[in-house]
Write a protein that binds this ligand. Structure first.
Ligand code: AMP
Ligand code: ZN
Length: 118
C-alpha cells in the first residue's frame, strides 16, 4: 500500500503534523530521533510515502529503498558515528518486533552493538 494513511503517526511526522526531532529530510525520506532510544544514537529513516513494511516493497520502490540506505550512511556521518560503526535494522512483522506499520530503518550507534541481536 502506498500514499498516506490517516491514522499513521509516521505519515503525520512526514507531513509535519506530528512533532519529531528531524536530523535530515528531502523529497523522498525523513530521518528523525527515535522517541525511545536503544542506543546513544537511535535514528529512524522513513520514506515519505506510506508502506506498511518491507513486505510491501515493490519493484517501483527500489529507488527509495536504496535512498534510505544511502541517507543512513550520510546521517551516520553527520552525527559522527560513521567511522566507529553503526547498525541499520528493518524489523519486519510482529515476530521481528515491528510495532509501527510504516516502513522504517533504524540507525543505531554510539555504543558497542552485540551480535546476534535478540
Ligand atoms: P519497530 O518496533 O521496528 O516498529 O520500531 C518502531 C520505533 O518507532 C520504536 O523504536 C519506537 O520507539 C519508535 N517510535 C514510535 N513512535 C514514535 C514517534 N512518535 N517518534 C519517534 N519515534 C517513535
Ligand atoms: Zn504511514
Amino acid at each position: 500500500m502506498s500514499g498516506y494513511e490517516l491514522d499513521c503517526v509516521f505519515c503525520h511526522i512526514a507531513t509535519g503534523d506530528h512533532p519529531a526531532e528531524i536530523l535530515y529530510q528531502d523529497d523522498q525520506v525523513i530521518a528523525f530521533k527515535d522517541i525511545n532510544p536503544q542506543a546513544p544514537w537511535h535514528i529512524l529513516i522513513i520514506p515519505r510515502e506510506h508502506m506498511d513494511s518491507l513486505n510491501d516493497a515493490a519493484a517501483q520502490d527500489e529507488a527509495v529503498l536504496g535512498h534510505m540506505l544511502r541517507i543512513a550512511s550520510k546521517v551516520a556521518n553527520q552525527v559522527g558515528i560513521a567511522e566507529e560503526g553503526y547498525r541499520v535494522v528493518i524489523n519486519t512483522g510482529p515476530r521481528a518486533g515491528q510495532s509501527v506499520f510504516h516502513l522504517h530503518l533504524h540507525l543505531l550507534g554510539g555504543r558497542p552493538l552485540r551480535w546476534p541481536p535478540g
